[in-house]
Design a protein around this ligand. Structure first.
Ligand SMILES: Nc1ncnc2c1ncn2[C@@H]1O[C@H](COP(=O)(O)OP(=O)(O)OP(=O)(O)O)[C@@H](O)[C@H]1O
Length: 575
């Protein structure tokens, strides 16, 4: 994940790294320049202005590098956060809905907010960690080059330092991942409660729900305490180790000065290098930041890896009326077959009702028919072209959906109807609303079509009609209604059905139906049972079968009570 994060915005990430390294090199050059300057000053000759200038330049360059890292790093992390969120959002919206649904809303909220921010800090944290390691290593080399015996004294302290760093990095990564996971659980439960607020209220379970949401807080607090313990242990151990090591190094260096093996300047140099080599505080902080960013990156990774539906750039033949061919389709989820060897053909411009008991696979078939998901076996073709070969954007232009519980997007009611690529004009929006029997109640809203959606008090049936209007407003060659009229009263549904019939001959309709009346109006019916096709035919033919009648849960009215529309077959719709 870390190299991938560097790839997203390579230039600023490299600039941060360069500034970080430049700052570290200045810091490493400083002890040497300082020692040489002191020796020249103590040497009694002319004031070494050149060396004093070098020291001043190094101080300025180091400060400038630090400032550049702060500014560039901040800007880079902010931009990368935006980029990661855009990418994750893009993946979520483009992938098959069922794959996106594997993440709960609360979990996604944390992944796209705090987790994305933490992950975006990874390149800067990695650059910081590299320099944080560079300084102690450079410092150690500086000590070794200046005086071998002082370096040897320092090396005594290296093994415990390395062990301390390793344990700190490992523990920080683990505790951060646990913290983020628990945070996501709380967010998920909160989102569920907000979503199901009416159910919670109706069930009088607010107290239990409160307890359920806040239950992981204890665990969260424990993870938080673990974080501080890990940090505290590292800081505590290093605060004992470092002074001991400093005393040891300075003691040996002092002895070497007394023995005449070191000059005063070299003593200053070696003590400054030793101080750099002991910069464990910076290393632990930098490694901690890197471990947290990496843990966040690991959590964001699965969202960024969501697969996008592929295609081969095929184009639907112009002027087609949407002949839908489903051939040998299987859909399997979690080892369970939801559709098995489903084969059917809906001639262009005709309608087919999909009926079956609850859970028989009607919605799965509706999803496969318009490529909301791909089948695991078999194929779905529109006007002879396999849908999986056509670019998703083109499929969306040709296939419209209406659902049982539509979500209304857009600022106003008109926007909600026009929602989608290539939005229709106001006239088309109004015509679609009329066809969906929505125009009447929309006009009664405080600002009519311009009423903000959140201020439009809508019943379930009215919401459904706006969803239908959205589908009617952009008629492609295939219109799929997945239980989209279930909330309408019989009279309204019949009027909507009549409007639907006006698409006859122009576009194909696949209508998931629970009512016998809806099935009766369709040119043909596909009857699903347990994910397989139990029968295909006209409603009145299938009605003779008691098992078919049982699908309508006692709606035993004979087919003649729900007359088929009189346009059937006029456009060659019936095979
Ligand atoms: N993504 C999925 N993963 C696992 N099982 C699924 C998935 N989607 C649907 N199912 C299961 O597939 C079966 C068929 O679901 P589907 O929604 O198609 O039924 P349906 O016939 O439309 O039912 P209803 O009339 O109640 O809406 C159900 O048992 C459902 O639980």
């Amino acid at each position: 994940m870390l190299p991938a994060l560097f790839r997203h915005r390579p230039v600023p990430a490299v600039a941060v790294l360069v500034c970080d390294i430049a700052g570290a090199l200045c810091a490493l050059a400083m002890p040497l320049a300082l020692g040489l300057t002191i020796d020249r000053l103590l040497g009694g000759g002319a004031v070494p202005w050149a060396w004093i200038a070098v020291c001043a330049a190094l101080v300025v360059a180091e400060t400038a590098s630090d400032a550049a890292v702060t500014v560039l790093g901040g800007v880079h992390s902010a931009r990368l956060t935006t980029r990661l969120r855009e990418l994750a959002l893009d993946r979520l919206l483009r992938t098959e809905p069922r794959r996106a649904a594997e993440f709960s809303p609360g979990d996604l909220t944390t992944r796209l907010t705090a987790t994305a921010t933490a992950a975006a800090g990874a390149p800067v944290a990695a650059a910081g960690a590299l320099c944080a390691v560079l300084l102690p290593v450079g410092g150690l080399i500086g000590v070794a080059v200046t005086d071998f015996w002082t370096a040897l004294a320092f090396l005594l302290g290296v093994p415990p330092l390395v062990l301390l760093l390793r344990a700190f990095t490992r523990d920080t990564g683990a505790v951060t991942a646990d913290y983020q996971r628990t945070q996501a659980v709380v967010a998920t439960r909160l989102a569920e409660a907000v979503d199901g607020a009416a159910t919670v209220r109706a069930a009088g379970s607010a107290r239990q729900e409160h307890a359920r949401i806040t239950a992981p807080l204890g665990e969260l607090a424990a993870h938080g305490r673990r974080t501080w313990r890990v940090h505290g242990r590292a800081v505590g151990l290093s605060s004992v180790l470092l002074p001991v090591l400093t005393a040891l190094v300075l003691g040996v260096a002092g002895l070497r000065l007394a023995a005449g093996a070191l000059t005063v300047g070299e003593l200053v140099t070696v003590s400054r290098y030793a101080a750099l080599a002991m910069g464990i505080g910076a290393v632990t902080g930098a490694l901690g930041a890197l471990a947290r960013s990496r843990a966040a990156g690991e959590r964001l990774g699965p969202v960024l890896a969501l697969p996008e539906p592929g295609h081969r750039g095929a184009v639907l033949p112009p002027g087609g009326h949407g002949t839908l061919t489903v051939t040998g389709v299987d859909v399997t989820r979690g080892g369970r077959a939801l559709l098995r060897n489903v084969t059917l053909r809906v001639p262009g411009g005709s309608s087919m009702a999909v009926v079956g008991l609850s859970g028989s696979g009607k919605s799965v078939l509706a999803a496969v028919a318009g490529r909301l998901c791909d089948p695991d076996a078999g194929s779905v073709a529109l006007d002879g072209v396999a849908l999986r070969d056509v670019a998703p954007d083109r499929v969306r232009r040709e296939v419209s959906y209406a659902f049982a519980a539509p979500v209304l997007f857009g600022a106003t009611v008109a926007d909600a109807i026009a929602f989608g690529a290539d939005p229709p004009d106001a006239g088309a929006v109004r015509a679609a609303a009329e066809a969906a029997e929505a125009d009447g109640f929309v006009r009664l809203l405080p600002e009519g079509y311009d009423t903000p959606v959140e201020r439009a008090p809508l019943s379930g049936g009215e919401r459904q009609r706006l969803g239908l209007a959205r589908a009617f407003a952009r008629p492609g060659r295939l219109l799929i209604l997945d239980d989209a009229t279930s909330g309408l009263d019989t009279a309204t549904e019949r009027r909507v059905q009549r409007a639907l019939d006006r698409h006859d001959g122009r576009c194909t309709r696949l209508v998931v139906a629970h009512r016998a009346s809806t099935a009766a109006r369709a040119d043909r019916v596909v009857w699903l049972a347990d994910g397989t096709v139990r029968g295909i035919g006209r409603h009145e033919q299938l009605w003779r079968d008691p098992a078919y009648r049982a699908v309508f849960r006692g709606a035993e009215a004979p087919p003649s009570a729900e007359p088929r529309r009189d346009t059937v077959g006029e456009h060659g719709a019936r095979p």
